[in-house]
Write a protein that binds this ligand. Sequence first.
Ligand code: FAD
Length: 321
Amino acid sequence: MSVIIFADQAQGKIKKVAFEAVQYGAKVAQQLGTSATALVLGQVDNAELEALGNYGAAKVLHVADARLNEVESTVFTKIVAAAAEQEAAQVIVFPHNFDGKAIAPRVAARLKAGFVSGAISLPDTANGFVVKKSVFSGKAFANINITSEKKVIAVMPNTFPVEKTDAKATVTAFSPAISDADFKVKVSKVETVTGEVPLTEAEIVVSGGRGLKGPENWGLVEDLAKALGAATACSRPVADTGWRPHHEHVGQTGLTVRPNLYVAIGISGAIQHLAGVNGSKVIVVINKDPEAPFFKAADYGIVGDAFEVVPKLTAAIKQLK
Ligand code: FAD
């Protein structure tokens, strides 16, 4: 019996969400009296792999195959399932990010395992194997008892703070039987966003809505984000009208974020927007309408014109630094 964690990487660097998943998996392994094995696919330096021990992985299985540098769900599913079989894994843990969402349900189906996506608690093993997740756009919680022998859990990003130790993991090469024919999708072009904090992993997010009037005013959001070391996001109409790219749109039909701090500027706080941000630990709302629904979800609210308030806030934060 063991616990396997899919440790997601991009451009040879293990992602922060993977550290969170590894630590989660290590805690589950501890609960079950077994050890945690991280699985890394694609070319990654040995030092980076060993460092997964800092987050509780005793062992790292590494498939150093350049064809796996980009995620291809079908072949990744095959490899994770093969690793789970080799390690007699009872629990397989994923980050609930873009890649995890694509691969985890496929692995669960392949292994006939019960599956919880977006887990926000460690399993309660005193009462079966009960994992908590939020449902109905964050309006309720579901406690799901996974009764199948094998279990797949995708862990909600930014939910479990990571603590590092100096421990190093043992790295072992893993050579699953894969051929070119297993790759059903060929990646022909990769565009990477550089110089920005990835939105779903960001500790701070500054987000703008239609209250900003137009893309020419986005400097307001970007300056505040820069001062705070934050990622930028937006409401759906802002992305729909092309003021901002769609990968910044948060909400029911966009990304879900759970930063420590979410600053909403000129966003009304419609239920569909809140669905993607109400897991944030602290919400600050800046809106000129005191009746804006977002204030009900806010920890701190500033009633005022964004064009006056935000530059002052940015200047004050810069001064603090
Ligand atoms: P508005 O509703 O126009 O609000 C603008 C706000 O800015 C107002 O509160 C106003 O008081 C304030 N404001 C104006 N001027 C200033 C100023 N100078 N200073 C400060 N404040 C100012 N929306 C999402 O965001 N994400 C989703 O994923 C999403 N999914 C949807 C799915 C469905 C099926 C549907 C039907 C809708 C969805 N929507 C989603 C749209 C959602 O219902 C709202 O229409 C949208 O969130 C509103 O965007 P907004 O707050 O930017 O704009």
